[in-house]
Design a protein around this ligand. Structure first.
Ligand SMILES: C[S@@+](CC[C@H](N)C(=O)[O-])C[C@H]1O[C@@H](n2cnc3c(N)ncnc32)[C@H](O)[C@@H]1O
Length: 200
């Protein structure tokens, strides 16, 4: 059961202070600190399309306050759902939010959920993707170089089967990461956005 705050399109991730956003953009480039989320029904439809199993590791590269990560753990069979977030403010909120969810869950369920979620602070370009099978990136405002870095990481991740991105990759990636599908999704910035799925 989600709280009204969690369902609201105007979430706490938008409220990152100026100095926190500046720190993200100094490292990752102009636009990198912009915030937005897939709405819960969009996450549910992406999860349905992905058909995750206990063999899967899903990584949200730039995971904000962690909603997609925790929803994946709560509503799919994914083995491990990870979020990597460079904003210290959003990372802290993500951990606090997850702790609140776990406290509200029955102890047995909380123990099982805790093992299947990892929220990490850091630069997505340094994330360990050696076990990742699915990558998601809310990349709409990412600088081109950062989205290219994500595509390069996807090409190098040995177990990867799908990269999901809210922005289309440049056509030059087509040979290495062919587009597999396009899902219509509701996001906090556009009720009719696309989610691009690239196969490996
Ligand atoms: C559009 S938001 C996506 C939020 C979340 N994935 C969701 O859908 O609910 C993009 C996030 O990427 C983060 N970010 C930008 N550059 C990053 C980097 N190099 N490493 C990790 N996170 C980064 C931003 O701070 C922001 O929180």
């Amino acid at each position: 059961m989600r709280t009204p705050e969690e369902l609201s399109p105007l979430t706490a991730g938008h409220r990152a202070p100026a100095e926190d956003r500046a720190a993200v953009e100094r490292r990752a480039g102009a636009g990198a600190a912009a915030y937005g989320e897939l709405c819960p029904e969009a996450v549910a439809s992406a999860l349905g399309w992905l058909r995750l199993t206990s063999e899967d590791e899903l990584v949200d590269l730039g995971s904000g306050v962690g909603k997609l990560v925790t929803q994946a753990a709560q509503e799919s069979a994914v083995g491990l759902a990870r979020g990597v977030e460079l904003s210290r403010f959003r990372h802290r909120l993500a951990r606090e939010r997850w702790a609140r969810i776990l406290r509200a869950a029955p102890p047995g369920a909380a123990r099982a959920l805790r093992r299947r979620v990892r929220l990490e602070w850091g630069d997505l370009r340094e994330a360990d993707l050696s076990r990742a099978t699915v990558l998601y990136v809310g990349s709409t405002c990412f600088p081109e170089a950062l989205l290219d870095a994500v595509a390069e990481l996807a090409c190098g991740a040995p177990r990867l089967r799908v990269l999901l991105s809210t922005r289309a990759l440049a056509p030059r990636w087509g040979a290495r990461l062919p587009e597999q599908a396009r899902l219509r999704v509701r996001t906090t910035w556009d009720p009719n956005a696309w989610l691009y799925a690239y196969a490996r």
